[in-house]
Structure formats: C-alpha cells, structure tokens
Ligand binder design. Structure first.
Ligand code: NDP
Length: 291
C-alpha cells in the first residue's frame, strides 16, 4: 500500500507523523508555515511543498497537525480551493464543538472530514503503544484506514466528528488528575526533604492497585447503583480532611486537592455516604453550568 499522504504542520508531532508514513513506504508531501523544519524528512524521501495548497494537491489524504483550531482553520481556509474531493484527517488537539464545526465547514466544500485524537507522544508514533482515536466521515476513515494504521492503533468511534475529541479530552482529564495527585504527593514528601526519586517508585504500583477499582466503578456509573462499597464515601470524606490538614501543616498548598474535598462533602450532604465514591460522577454530571 503506497498511497500518497500529505502532512500539514511539522511541529514535534507532525514531524513524527510524517516520519511514520515514510517508514511505512508512503510517498509523503509536507508543508510547514516556517520553512526549514522539513530537512530531515526530505532527506528521508519526503517532498516539501511551498504552500499548503500545493501540499494538499499532492494527495487524496491530508493529515493536519497544527497548534490549535484557529491555526487549522487559517491554514485550511488558505488551501480550500485545492481540498474538494479529498479527505482531511485533523489530528490537532481540540474540543468536540470545534471538531463538529470543522466537519460542517468541510462538508460545505465537498471535503471528507475525520477528526482525531492522538493518545501518544511523538516518540511513540508508529509503535504498538500508540493509539489514535478517529471520528467523522465513515467513508473518509475507511478509505484511508490502512494508511492511518502506520501511526499506531486506529480506533474509529463513529460518524459524529466530535467523539474523538470527547474521548481525547476525557483521557487527558484522567491524565491531569493523575499528574496533579503525583505533584501534590511529591510536594508533601519534599516538605520533609524526601528525594522525589526515592518516593516516586512507590506511586505507580499504588495507582495500578487502585486502578483495579475502575471496572466496578464504571459498572456502578452505568447502572446508577453505587451501593456496593468496601471503602464508603463518608469514611473517605473523613479521611480526606487529614490529607488537607497534613498538607497545611507541612506548608504545602492545597489548591490541587481542595476541590475533591468539596465534592466529597457534597456527596455526604446528598445522603450518598454509605455507598461508593463512584456516585461523585453523578454529582459532576448534574452540576449546574459554571460550578
Ligand atoms: P509544536 O508546538 O511542536 O508545533 C506546532 C505546529 O503548529 C508547528 O508546525 C507550527 O508551525 C504550527 N503553527 C502554529 N501556529 C501556526 C499558524 N498560525 N499558522 C500555521 N502554522 C502554525 O506542537 P506539536 O507538534 O507537539 O503539537 C501539534 C498538535 O498535536 C497539538 O494540537 C497538540 O496538542 C497535539 N498533540 C501533541 C502531542 C505531543 O506530545 N507533542 C501529543 C498529542 C497531541 P511553525 O513551525 O511555523 O511555528
């Protein structure tokens, strides 16, 4: 399979994407706003186009990986005359609303639109650990599924172009929650001069053990039955105060951990204390906008 591919954007990620297509044997045309970032790719066989429109004209599949939605809009608007009949796969990070609006604009120009979310960092692209989420035009995705497979595992979520961004942002939310907890833990232990390198190895096994609760919590969220709890919410709300008090005693900011206390207290006030903390998901979903 040597279908040609165009890649717009040669930041850290766009460069990795173009490299993976080259490694898989595809003719690759690249474009970047600032010239000079394509030298290594050109040495590996890529063709550098002078304009985005010229790059678009080279391939039926146009993969876009730019800074943000405004940038994508600006670049695609500039190349719109060349886009009709092609498939745009936009792997720029964005929101579901941005993806749906991009799909609508593309449809108006006869362009197939697939949105994507890259669940990998650049060195992982093209390795088995890389996952890329896709949603949008089923024809566009399936026509280029094999080519896109060069980037990593390709998961198609459905015709609604916003789904890939929704999953992507949700996975990032889980990641930032984890990073926030890790950072707070290091600030706490660091307050007693425990080297981070000494404490950090304890964290991953602990989190891994706790993650075993995810499937049961997910079932409870789907069924709405949060009654089964080995560690009930009221007990956790009480213990959580120690986490905040210890942080304050140690001179560590509670800004990352304070919101969970408020939510646990809300759960107790709502009469959910005897059940599992998975009921907090319901509280988040029913929170009025802006809270
Ligand atoms: P970089 O900052 O390395 O690259 C940004 C790219 O956007 C460059 O090609 C830059 O061009 C281009 N760009 C910025 N502004 C404009 C503009 N106004 N007009 C045209 N081009 C513009 O970012 P990454 O490559 O790391 O990330 C790209 C996307 O991939 C982002 O949406 C990011 O969230 C996503 N992503 C990145 C991951 C990562 O770990 N790096 C992981 C998963 C997703 P120029 O060279 O001219 O500045």
């Amino acid at each position: 399979d040597n279908a040609p591919v165009t890649v717009l954007g040669l930041g850290a990620m766009g460069t990795a994407l173009a490299g993976a297509f080259l490694d898989a044997g595809h003719p690759v045309t690249v474009w970047n706003r600032t010239a000079g970032r394509a030298a290594d790719l050109v040495a590996r066989g890529a063709t550098e186009a002078a304009t985005a429109a010229e790059a678009v004209s080279a391939s039926p599949l146009v993969v876009v990986c730019l800074l943000n939605d405004d940038t994508v809009r600006e670049v695609l608007d500039g190349a719109v005359g060349s886009l009709a009949g092609r498939t745009v796969v936009n792997l720029t990070n964005g929101t579901p609303r941005q993806a749906r609006e991009a799909a609508d604009r593309a449809a108006g120009h006869g362009v197939g639109y697939v949105d994507g979310g890259i669940m990998a960092v650049p060195p992982m692209i093209g390795t088995p650990g890389s996952l890329v989420l896709y949603s949008g035009s089923p024809e566009g995705f399936h026509a280029h599924e094999r080519t896109l497979g060069a980037l990593g595992r390709a998961m198609y979520l459905g015709e609604d172009a916003g789904l890939a961004a929704l999953y992507d942002i949700a996975l990032l939310s889980a990641m930032y929650g984890m990073f926030g907890g890790f950072f707070h833990a290091l600030a706490l232990t660091g307050s007693e001069k425990v080297p981070a390198t000494e404490f950090a190895p304890l964290v991953a096994p602990w989190l891994t053990a706790m993650m075993a609760a995810f499937p049961g919590m997910a079932e409870a969220v789907d069924s709405g039955d949060h009654s089964a709890a080995a560690s009930n919410l009221a007990m956790q709300a009480t213990a959580y105060v120690n986490l905040l008090d210890a942080s304050t005693d140690q001179g560590v900011s509670t800004e990352l951990v304070e919101p969970m206390r408020a939510l646990l207290d809300q759960g107790v006030a709502a009469g959910l204390g005897a059940g599992d903390v998975s009921s907090l998901v319901d509280l988040l979903r029913t929170a009025p906008a802006g809270t």
